[in-house]
Write a protein that binds this ligand. Structure first.
Ligand code: NAD
Length: 479
């Protein structure tokens, strides 16, 4: 059973759709109104065993497929996704709640990322070094690492599954991927596009169900040679520890708590015009969402007034309504987290200058919120809100703002706005972050690596680094 606009859900294992047959199920909800979109079948132990065997078999074949052919299949699947974009966008809006325009934007990023990986399949290079022997050969080659287990979250489910799949397949790996139990549809549609593009059965398997059971089974298996995880830092720590038991390398893209330093030489209208849509994009549920705004004394009052007014003007509602600029939070956990974090900030002396509460009592709509005067002891200054809350604080000296920005154990994205080239260089050099945006929030280029430092994770997706993550190095010395 599924709602008319949504899709029926299944495990995609070895080229077969598996559902029913007594499998346990859980409900996928529409976060706008809380209605049930579909029943999602859970992978059984036998399903996971079959997915592992199939992935192992398929890897042996796929790694021998010439790079140009791998590339052609990935690019063909990408073309099919482009043709089917409206269907994908509708699924995203239904299961995540995001406005259709944002869903289309996510699909644009997914397509670009997959296209980049498909093209990069042809550019995996080794090298030779001078042999120590006459007529000898010393060859350094790059080989696919093996079957991959991948885990993706619910916030940008098409992009975060699509770019993992395309990069692994480009490198010659097979993959078993588990999308979030809350957002399985677009991952299945991506798998369908790959099947239609001629990807051999088993190269890509999609399993759904209980995250802990699936991750434990897959990561503990000696078949799996690489783990890629995007999601919460506490879960990333558990999975990294599990992978360490097999000495399996992992790519971890975890939480953030992005600082934004707004200097007094910046053009405040422009900064506000950039910042507000980026803060409330995807209802704030983005690991690179700007969260802690540090604004210099001279422009602080102006920034707070203009930012709060713009946040208050955002139209919140159904993602299917073209007037909507922000959809609901994606799940009930985010709703209770917002209520808890805001109450705690207020109890610590913080003040609201916009929003602060739930809208209505159906689904998970929440007001775009701005907090000021929040001390560092408040929970929200330390835990990633992952929701539509901006916290604005003031600073006098840029060096102090940098210290505050670097205070947390996270380091995924950091931003700064200044027209001074000297300040831009200082900020770029000293912000402890995998990605630094100076006068921009844009990191959506698949040709550049995306990843964090500190407890935001390690390894990168996108860029040549994103393909490298699925390769191992071999040195052959031929006498
Ligand atoms: P949560 O703790 O409820 O975790 C749910 C997510 O983690 C789901 O995607 C689930 O499938 C996965 N998960 C949980 N246990 C797992 C396990 N044992 N094995 C594999 N996967 C497992 O968190 P939440 O409420 O969904 O999200 C809140 C926090 O998650 C945010 O504060 C944010 O830091 C983080 N997050 C980060 C990203 C990102 O893009 N880096 C995306 C989503 C969530």
């Amino acid at each position: 059973m599924h709602s008319p606009n949504y899709m029926s859900l299944y495990q995609w294992i070895d080229g077969k759709k598996l559902s029913g047959d007594g499998r346990a199920t859980s409900q996928v909800l529409n976060p706008f109104d809380g209605t049930v979109l579909a029943e999602m079948p859970h992978a059984t132990a036998a399903d996971l065993a079959e997915a592992l065997k199939s992935s192992e078999r398929a890897f042996k074949l796929w790694r021998l497929v010439p790079a140009w052919e791998r590339s052609a299949i990935i690019l063909k699947a990408t073309d099919l996704i482009r043709e089917r974009l409206e269907r994908f966008a509708l699924m995203l809006t239904l299961e995540v709640g995001k406005p259709l325009a944002e869903a289309r934007m996510e699909m644009g990023l997914t397509i670009e990322s997959m296209q980049w990986a498909g093209e990069e399949a042809k550019r995996i290079y080794g090298r030779t070094v001078a042999s120590r022997l006459p007529h000898g050969r010393a060859i350094i080659s790059r080989e696919p690492i093996g079957p991959v287990a991948a885990f993706a979250p619910w916030n940008v489910p098409a992009l975060l599954t699509g770019r993992k799949i395309a990069a692994a397949l480009a490198a010659g790996c097979s993959m078993i991927i588990k999308p979030s139990e809350e957002t399985p549809a677009t991952c299945l549609l991506i798998a369908e596009a790959f099947a239609d593009a001629g990807l051999p059965a088993g190269v890509l398997n999609v399993v759904l169900g209980d995250p802990a059971e699936i991750s434990h089974t897959l990561i503990s298996s000696p078949i799996i040679k690489k783990v890629s995880f995007t999601g919460p830092t506490p879960v990333g720590k558990q999975l990294a520890a599990l992978a360490a038991q097999q000495v399996t390398p992992v790519t971890m893209e975890l939480g953030g708590h992005a600082p934004v330093i707004v200097c007094d030489d910046a053009h405040i209208d422009t900064v506000v015009a950039f910042s507000v849509p980026n803060k409330y994009f995807n209802a704030g549920a983005s690991c690179i969402a700007p969260t802690r705004f540090y604004v210099q004394d001279a422009v602080y009052d102006e920034f707070v007034a203009k930012f709060s007014a713009a946040a208050g003007d955002i139209k919140v509602g159904s993602g299917l309504d073209p007037e909507t600029r922000m959809g609901p939070l994606a799940n009930a956990r985010r709703l209770s987290a917002m209520e808890r974090l805001i109450a705690d900030a207020l109890a610590h002396g913080g003040k609201l200058t916009a929003g602060g509460k739930r809208i209505g009592n159906q689904g998970f709509l929440f007001e775009p919120t701005v907090l000021v005067d929040v001390p560092e002891t408040a929970q929200i200054m330390n835990d990633e809100p992952f929701g539509p809350v901006a916290i604005i604080s003031r600073f006098s000296q840029v060096e102090d703002a940098i210290e505050k920005a670097n205070r947390l154990p996270f380091g995924l994205a950091a931003y700064a706005f200044t027209t001074s080239t000297a300040r831009a260089a200082l900020l770029s050099d000293t912000l402890e972050s995998g990605m630094v945006g100076i006068n921009t929030y844009y990191f959506g280029m698949p040709e550049a690596p995306f990843g964090g430092v500190k407890q935001s994770g390690y390894g990168s997706e996108n860029g040549t680094e994103g393909i490298d993550a699925y390769l191992v190095t071999k040195f052959t010395n031929q006498a």
